[in-house]
Design a protein around this ligand. Structure first.
Ligand code: NAD
Length: 496
C-alpha cells in the first residue's frame, strides 16, 4: 500500500501497542507490576501503560543475555548464520514499516512521512548493512619470527546495554544493535521513557526473526531506574549510549563505581552551519538551513542550530531562511503533508520556551515564532523560532536547546567563522557553504567536529562513521569502526 493511500488517523484509532518488556524470549510484566504511561505529544492522550522495569527486571534481562551469550547459539554461531538471521530481522522490520512508523509518530511526534520514509528505512538499512558485514570481517596475523605464530582475533565483549533517546528511537537503536549483534553479543536495549513502544515491537520482531531467546532483550523504564540499573550492573560489559551529556557523565560514574565497564557516549551538539557569500547556491543553502533546524522539530543532535552568515550577504540570506521556515508546514504528525510535528512532551516544550525567554533577556532579536501553538489539540506544539543578532557568548549560542530554535550570528571572514564555530564545548558536526576550494578545505581541517559537510548538510551513509569530538561523545556509530566498540582484541602467541 502506498503511504498516501493509508488512512493514518484511522490506523491510530486501531492502535494497540505492546506494553510488556521482552526478556529471555518472553513478553513479561515488570516483576513488581509497576507501569508508566506512554503519552502522545500529538494530543496528550495516553497510548499505553508500559512495564516500568527496575533493578529486578534489569537483573533478569542481563542474566538472560548472559545465559544466551554463554550458551553460544548466537555468540559462537557461524557469522553467515548471524547474517541470515539479521537479514530476516531486517525484512520483518520492513514488512512492518507502516505499523512501526505509526508507533514512532504517535509516541514522539515525528511527522508520519518522515517516520515512514526516513526513520524505518534507516533501521532496515542499518540492520542489513551490519548483517552483510557479519561474515566479511577478518582477523589479523602479524608477521613474527619463524619461531612463533601470533594471532589477533576479535571476540564479542559479551553483554551490551544499549541506552537510547527518543528523537530517532529506532535509528539510534539500530546503530547500536547492528554492530553489537553482528559480532555475536547479547544486547539489553533500554528505550527512552518517551518512546518505549517502537522498541518493544522491535524486540518482538527479533524473536519472530529467530534470534535466540535472550540475545535481544528490551527493558522499558525510567532513566534513573532501568537506565541506572544497567549502568551499575556488574555483568554488563559495554554501555553504548546516545543521549544528553548529563546522563553520559552519570554513566561514567556508574562504571567507575561498578565493574569499570566500557562506556561509549554519543551526546549533544551545537552545529555551526557556516554560509559564505560565495556559496554555490545561496537559495539552496537557505532552504537547507531552514530544514536543518526544523526537521524532526529541531530535536536532532546535529540540528543546524547556529547559523553563521557572512556579513555581506547576511540580511538577504536571513530573509530567505525566514521565508523557507515559514513555508514548512507545522501540524498533526499523522497528516502526510506535515513537516513539523509537536516536540516530544511538555517538559521539552517548556525547555524550548525557557530558551526563548533567555534569548530575549540576552538581547537577541526575535525574528520569528517564540511561542506555543495549536493549544486546542492538547499536543505539545511550538513555533519554529529565529533569533538574529546573536553573540557567541549568549546561552542560546552555546547550549543545546533541542528544539526548533535558530540562532543567527554574523561573521566577517574565514578566521572569524572558524573562531566562532569552534567556540563551543561540542564537536559533533559542522557545515560549510562556499565555492572556494581553499576555504572549504581550510575550514574542514580547522573545524573541531566529527563530521564536516561541504555544500550539503546531514549527508552520509552507513559506510562513514558518525560521532563527536570534545563533549559530543567518545565513540563512533555506523561504519565498520562502530564494531570496535563491541569486540575485545585477543592476542594468541604460539611458540613454534
Ligand atoms: P537523555 O540523556 O535524557 O536520555 C537518554 C536515555 O538515557 C534515555 O533512555 C533515558 O531513559 C536514559 N537515562 C536517563 N537518565 C538516566 C540515568 N540516570 N542512568 C541511565 N540512563 C538514563 O537524553 P534525551 O533527552 O532522551 O535525548 C536528547 C539528547 O540526546 C540530546 O542531548 C541529543 O543531542 C542527544 N542525542 C545525541 C545523538 C548522537 O548521536 N550524538 C543522537 C541523538 C540524540
Amino acid at each position: 500500500m502506498t503511504q498516501a493511500s493509508i488512512d493514518w488517523h484511522e490506523s491510530a484509532e486501531r492502535f494497540h501497542p505492546r506494553q510488556q518488556a521482552v526478556i529471555g524470549g518472553e513478553l513479561v510484566d515488570a516483576v513488581d507490576g509497576a507501569t508508566f504511561s506512554a503519552t502522545s505529544p500529538r494530543d496528550g492522550t495516553v497510548l499505553a501503560e508500559v512495564a516500568a522495569c527496575r533493578t529486578a527486571d534489569v537483573d533478569r534481562a542481563v542474566a538472560s543475555a548472559r545465559r544466551a551469550f554463554d550458551a553460544g547459539h548466537w555468540s559462537r554461531s557461524a557469522p553467515a548464520e548471524r547474517r541470515r538471521s539479521m537479514l530476516r530481522f531486517a525484512r520483518l522490520v520492513e514488512e512492518h514499516a507502516d505499523e512501526l512508523a505509526l508507533t514512532v509518530s504517535l509516541e514522539m511526534g515525528k511527522p508520519i512521512s518522515d517516520a515512514r520514509d526516513i526513520e524505518i528505512p534507516a533501521l532496515v538499512k542499518t540492520l542489513t548493512w551490519y548483517a552483510e558485514a557479519a561474515d566479511k570481517l577478518l582477523d589479523e596475523l602479524p608477521r613474527t619470527g619463524a619461531d612463533a605464530l601470533a594471532m589477533i582475533t576479535r571476540e564479542p565483549v559479551g553483554v551490551v546495554a544499549a541506552i537510547v533517546p527518543w528523537n530517532f528511537p529506532l535509528t539510534m537503536a539500530g546503530w547500536k544493535l547492528g554492530p553489537a549483534l553482528a559480532v555475536g553479543n547479547s544486547v539489553v536495549l533500554k528505550p527512552a521513557e518517551q518512546s518505549p513502544l517502537s522498541a518493544l515491537r522491535l524486540g518482538e520482531l527479533a524473536l519472530e526473526a529467530g534470534l535466540p531467546e535472550g540475545v535481544l532483550n528490551v527493558v522499558p523504564g525510567l532513566g534513573h531506574e532501568a537506565g541506572q540499573a544497567l549502568g551499575r550492573h556488574d555483568d554488563v560489559d559495554v554501555v553504548a549510549f546516545t543521549g544528553s551529556g548529563e546522563v553520559g557523565r552519570e554513566l561514567l560514574r556508574y562504571a567507575a563505581d561498578s565493574n569499570l565497564k566500557r562506556v561509549y557516549l554519543e551526546l549533544g551538539g551545537k552545529t555551526p552551519n557556516i554560509v559564505f557569500g560565495d556559496a554555490p547556491d545561496l537559495a539552496e543553502a537557505a532552504a537547507t538551513a531552514a530544514w536543518g533546524i526544523t526537521f524532526n522539530q529541531g530535536e536532532m543532535c546535529t540540528a543546524a542550530s547556529r547559523l553563521l552568515v557572512q556579513r555581506d550577504v547576511h540580511d538577504d540570506f536571513v530573509s530567505q531562511v525566514l521565508d523557507a521556515i515559514t513555508s514548512r508546514r507545522l501540524g498533526d504528525p499523522l497528516d502526510t503533508a506535515t513537516q513539523i510535528g509537536p516536540v516530544v512532551d511538555e517538559t521539552q516544550l517548556r525547555r524550548v520556551l525557557d530558551y526563548v525567554a533567555i534569548g530575549l533577556d540576552e538581547g537577541a532579536d526575535l525574528r520569528l515564532g517564540g511561542g506555543r501553538t495549536l493549544p486546542d489539540t492538547g499536543g505539545s506544539y511550538v513555533e519554529p523560532t529565529v533569533f538574529t543578532g546573536v553573540r557567541p557568548d549568549m546561552r542560546i549560542a552555546r547550549e543545546e536547546i533541542f528544539g526548533p530554535v535558530l540562532s543567527v550570528l554574523p561573521f566577517d571572514d574565514l578566521p572569524d567563522a572558524i573562531r566562532i564555530a569552534n567556540d563551543t564545548v561540542y564537536g559533533l558536526a559542522a557545515s560549510v557553504w562556499t565555492r572556494d576550494l581553499t576555504t572549504a578545505h581550510t575550514a574542514a581541517r580547522a573545524l573541531r567536529a566529527g563530521t564536516v559537510w561541504v555544500n550539503c548538510f546531514e549527508e552520509g551513509d552507513l559506510s562513514v562513521p558518525f560521532g563527536g569530538m570534545k563533549q559530543s561523545g567518545t565513540g563512533r556509530d555506523k561504519s565498520l569502526h562502530a564494531i570496535d566498540k563491541y569486540v575485545d582484541l585477543k592476542t594468541t602467541w604460539i611458540a613454534l
